[in-house]
Design a protein around this ligand. Structure first.
Ligand code: IMP
Ligand code: MG
Length: 179
């Protein structure tokens, strides 16, 4: 299906499941080359990255740890703006190679905030992997080490990403047509 409706908006097919699969395999192959022999912990950012993590991790051939983090809005604080607190880090990441697995990087604000918070736990090295990357809007921060697919600056849903909480189950990625 090329056109679908999610909640109250129309979306069109942007990235097919075949293309997603190809990109995920390419990213995993690169990681297998680069990170083999290191003490690696993959940290998936919930909720959006769950499908990406589960597909990518099956292709990783070296011994590694996998965990998930979530971003929570600070409670009762209006002054913190959109800064979000990282929750759920149970594992010791000190001196390890941390690979952050994100569904999408848009402005880079979220990943920047995650980086700042993770650095406080004393990791050896931090790599960023983003399945989707919107280069048009990425102005303030450095580029991820691993990028799956560069997409235009449209709002997207599917393959873990949501629109108003829906669409995460779709196997392809769709772009909003009228955003
Ligand atoms: P950034 O802080 O602007 O880089 O946005 C990153 C976060 O916003 C991602 O982790 C997503 O959760 C969410 N996000 C950004 N763009 C989209 C989109 O097109 N669809 C769904 N979620 C998005
Ligand atoms: Mg996200």
């Amino acid at each position: 299906m090329d056109k679908i409706r999610i909640v109250d908006k129309e979306f069109r097919l942007l990235v097919s499941s075949a293309k997603i699969r190809e990109s995920v395999i390419r990213m995993a192959d690169q990681m297998n080359k680069d990170l083999h022999g290191r003490n690696v912990i993959f940290l998936g950012i919930l909720n959006g990255a769950f499908m990406f993590v589960s597909d990518l991790i099956r292709r990783i051939e070296f011994e590694c740890q996998i965990s998930f983090l979530k971003l929570a809005t600070y409670e009762g604080s209006s002054s913190s703006g959109s800064i979000k607190r990282l929750i759920g880090l149970d594992e010791d990441i000190s001196d390890k190679t941390v690979v952050i697995l994100e569904d999408i990087i848009d402005t880079g604000f979220t990943i920047d905030s995650i980086l700042k918070q993770l650095k406080g736990y004393g990791p050896g090295d931090i790599k960023i992997a983003a399945l989707l990357f919107k280069p048009g809007s990425f102005d303030r921060y450095s580029k991820p080490h691993y990028i799956g697919i560069e997409i235009p600056d449209n709002f997207v849903a599917g393959y873990g990403l949501d629109y108003k909480g829906y669409g995460r189950n779709l196997k392809d990625i769709y772009a909003m047509t009228d955003d």
